[in-house]
Write a protein that binds this ligand. Structure first.
Ligand code: SF4
Length: 447
């Protein structure tokens, strides 16, 4: 059971040293109780108190990892109802189904096609994460063979879908090394499936007919020591399934109900008659609050917008997306190539980078850390001043790469030209265009 703020306060050192970033131990305790602080922020908690506080400081919805290695994907771990309260942490995982009686060649073709669905956006690789292998005839050998092929030949993580113990055992024996999600333990098989999950240290989904009926199942599994659990409330009716998602999130966050403090799995593929509706439902579950969304297929026209929706919803609204400060080489520049400088706001970087790349003019683009602000905002906030830009140019190493002393500053930061010049004596400060779209013409005119 989660502790209240006062109970947590009693276990803290009560020195009000402020090192955790808040003025008092009581304020820290309250933040910890509501999931707004991390226990590690207080360096003075005793080991004994730490043990007692571990449960209270754990996210109210447990993070559950599926898969292993670089493609390990985590769902859950959320601490708020609404993204604007803090942020959502672990993007919904997208899965597509494969039937266990699929022909070998067809499975190869599917995996190849799905693997190609990768998109680069703001420096991130967006791609779907899971294949849900569905037992359609109880043939454990066919199930194991398909599971093995998906696990060994693709980068996708797996959901093993069957209600039969022997089929699940065969699937786990073939693909357990990749830490698949077992789907699903029900009232009828929870003991047998729980034992398989425990013996193989695998995450397991539980399925019931209502949200309330999930509770005895999760309690049974947690009593066995299984912590990585995913919830399926069973409804395939859109309104009820939506309400179930909200009810589970509220129970975990507002009522501190640990029996429902797990991510969910949803099945648009079993709720829609065509892929268009399925995509809409998937979008709904990404927004509220599906941990895993299972679709019948991955198609470009549905996967791409869903990946972008995930990107938008699961980024921290309080922190702008940034790129790393440094020198970026575009179109193979040499010692005579122009140098441009701008801020590390990701959108600014990608637009400027794209325009320079499209111009085919070899350039160096210097990205100066301005706390993720765009040029005008950074300048107004004092994060992109002439002396800062000048000293950054001196220390970033660009002087070792070029023979000239010309630098292009953004048009919106024309006011800093004098200060940059003062910081970089002998350099020629050129004011570039205000709009990125004018960069190609500007660069060609400079030649
Ligand atoms: Fe109290 Fe620890 Fe915060 Fe110091 S760091 S104020 S001891 S909670």
């Amino acid at each position: 059971m989660a502790l209240t703020g006062i109970q947590i306060f009693k276990l803290l050192p009560k020195t009000n040293c402020k090192e955790c970033g808040v003025p008092t131990c009581l304020a820290f305790a309250m933040n910890l109780a509501s999931g707004k602080a991390e226990l590690d922020s207080c360096p003075y908690v005793s080991d004994e108190a730490r043990e007692q506080l571990a449960e209270a400081s754990a996210p109210p919805i447990r993070p559950v990892a599926v898969g292993k290695g670089v493609r390990k994907a985590t769902t859950g771990g959320e601490t708020v109802m609404y993204r604007h309260e803090k942020t959502f942490f672990n993007p919904t995982l997208l899965a597509a189904t494969v039937n266990s009686d699929i022909a070998d060649g067809d499975l190869d073709t599917k995996l190849l096609g799905w693997n190609a669905l990768q998109y680069e956006r703001v420096g991130l690789n967006l791609r779907p994460e899971l294949v849900a292998l569905k037992d359609v005839n109880g043939d454990k050998d066919a199930f194991a063979k398909a599971a093995k092929k998906i696990a060994e030949t693709s980068e996708f993580n797996l959901i093993l879908m069957t209600d039969k113990e022997d089929v699940m055992k065969a699937g786990v024996a073939a693909a357990g090394f990749k830490r698949p999600l077992m789907y699903s333990a029900t009232a009828a098989n929870v003991d047998a499936f729980g034992a398989i999950a425990k013996d193989n240290d695998l995450p397991i989904a539980v399925k019931a007919d209502t949200v309330g009926d999930l509770i005895p199942l999760t309690e049974k599994l947690t009593a066995l020591g299984i912590k990585d659990i995913v919830l399926d409330s069973g409804s395939r009716d859109v309104k009820q399934a939506f309400e179930d998602q909200v009810a589970i999130r509220r129970a975990a966050l507002k009522d501190s109900n640990r029996s429902l403090g797990f991510p969910t799995i949803t099945f648009p593929c079993e709720m829609a008659s065509n892929t268009d509706v399925e995509t809409l439902l998937a979008g709904m579950f990404i927004a509220k609050y599906g941990g895993v969304v299972v679709m019948s297929d991955f198609r470009t026209e549905s996967v791409f917008p869903l990946l972008l929706e995930k990107l938008n919803i699961f980024t921290d609204p309080q922190r702008p997306m940034t790129v790393t400060e440094g020198i970026y080489e575009i179109n193979n520049p040499d010692e005579n190539s122009p140098i441009l400088v701008t801020t590390n706001f990701a959108l600014t970087y990608f637009i400027v980078f794209g325009e320079i790349e499209g111009s085919r003019v070899p350039c160096y683009l210097l990205i100066k850390d301005a706390e993720g602000l765009s040029v005008l905002t950074a300048w107004a906030a004092g994060k992109f001043g002439g002396d800062d830009v000048g000293s950054f140019v001196k220390k970033c190493g660009i002087m070792d790469k070029v023979k000239h002393q010309n630098i292009v500053i953004p048009g919106y930061a024309a006011a800093i030209a004098g200060d940059v010049e003062e910081e970089l004596p002998g350099w020629n400060i050129i004011v570039g265009p205000r709009e990125a779209a004018h960069i190609p013409a500007f660069l060609k005119a400079q030649k």
